[in-house]
Ligand binder design. Structure first.
Ligand SMILES: Cc1cc2nc3c(=O)[nH]c(=O)nc-3n(C[C@H](O)[C@H](O)[C@H](O)COP(=O)(O)O)c2cc1C
Length: 249
């Protein structure tokens, strides 16, 4: 299974076995974490693996799991989207190896290991082996037409690429993303959500899914900030970034 395949296999797990994950796998995870690509490499971040038998986490609706992965980041423009982009790579990596995950938005930050200087904890993911099977129906998602407009000339493979972003996980399954697919590019926008902040984090996850799906479709994509955005955009959306669908010749 590739990271791209893992997009479709992943589901949030809310019942973990307390059995340990193979120590070699955890060592590989830590190596992988040191290699994953950032949306903005200038933003300082740090992952920390927490073992539930060593550190007792608390918080609202915390899912009990043998391990938690915490991502700390400095606060900067784009740091939330960058954090979503980073953490989702870890989540998909674990999925590839049969390790189940669940994002934990309600962790009590006071119970986490102290943040490195100048950083704060952004998100925690519970992980471990699932108790029982994870397959089954997926939490509902918005229809493709409700999250994307396809401008003329956008290309037929773009639907497949956006589909991978459509099924991304998001806090409270709010799916705050909106895409505008134009020739050679997909613009990503974020809808404001009334109850909670942090939707840029979800949009960072969706952006990662777009990148993996673009690579799967033989593009060499890159994320940029463009100066000229398409006109007639839906109101009150904030711009996250644009995936350029480049091909190597
Ligand atoms: C930033 C973020 C925070 C989340 N927080 C929680 C949480 O605190 N508890 C929980 O059970 N699920 C949490 N989730 C999981 C979402 O509820 C889940 O991704 C969404 O309902 C879609 O379901 P799926 O992940 O099974 O596809 C969170 C997801 C994200 C992306």
């Amino acid at each position: 299974m590739s990271l791209y395949d893992a997009i479709f296999a992943r589901r949030s797990c809310r019942k973990f076995s307390q059995a340990p994950v193979d120590e070699d796998r955890l060592i590989h995870l830590e190596k992988y974490l040191s290699l994953i690509r950032a949306l903005d490499p200038k933003i300082r971040t740090r992952f920390e693996l927490v073992r539930a038998d060593e550190v007792r986490l608390g918080g609202a609706f915390l899912v009990s799991a043998p391990y938690y992965l915490v991502l700390y980041s400095e606060e900067a423009e784009g740091s939330r989207a960058n954090a979503g982009y980073l953490m989702e790579q870890a989540v998909l990596y674990l999925t590839v190896y049969g390790v189940a995950t669940c994002y934990q938005g309600g962790v009590d930050k006071k119970t986490l290991p102290a943040a490195p200087a100048g950083m704060e904890p952004v998100i925690t993911v519970a992980f471990g082996l699932p108790e029982g099977s994870l397959s089954g129906s997926r939490a509902r998602r918005k229809k493709l037409e409700d999250v994307c407009v396809f401008r003329d000339g956008a290309g037929s493979d773009v639907r497949k690429i956006v589909e991978a972003a459509r099924i991304a996980p998001s806090a409270l399954n709010r799916q705050p993303w909106f895409f505008v697919a134009a020739p050679g590019r997909i613009h990503v926008f974020c809808r404001p959500t009334p109850l909670m902040k942090g939707q840029e984090f979800d949009c960072g996850i969706a952006l990662l899914h777009l990148m993996l799906a673009a690579e799967e479709n033989w593009y060499t994509p890159k994320v940029v900030q463009v100066k000229k955005l398409p006109d007639k955009l839906p109101a009150r959306m904030s711009y996250v970034g644009t995936v350029l669908l480049e091909t190597v010749r």
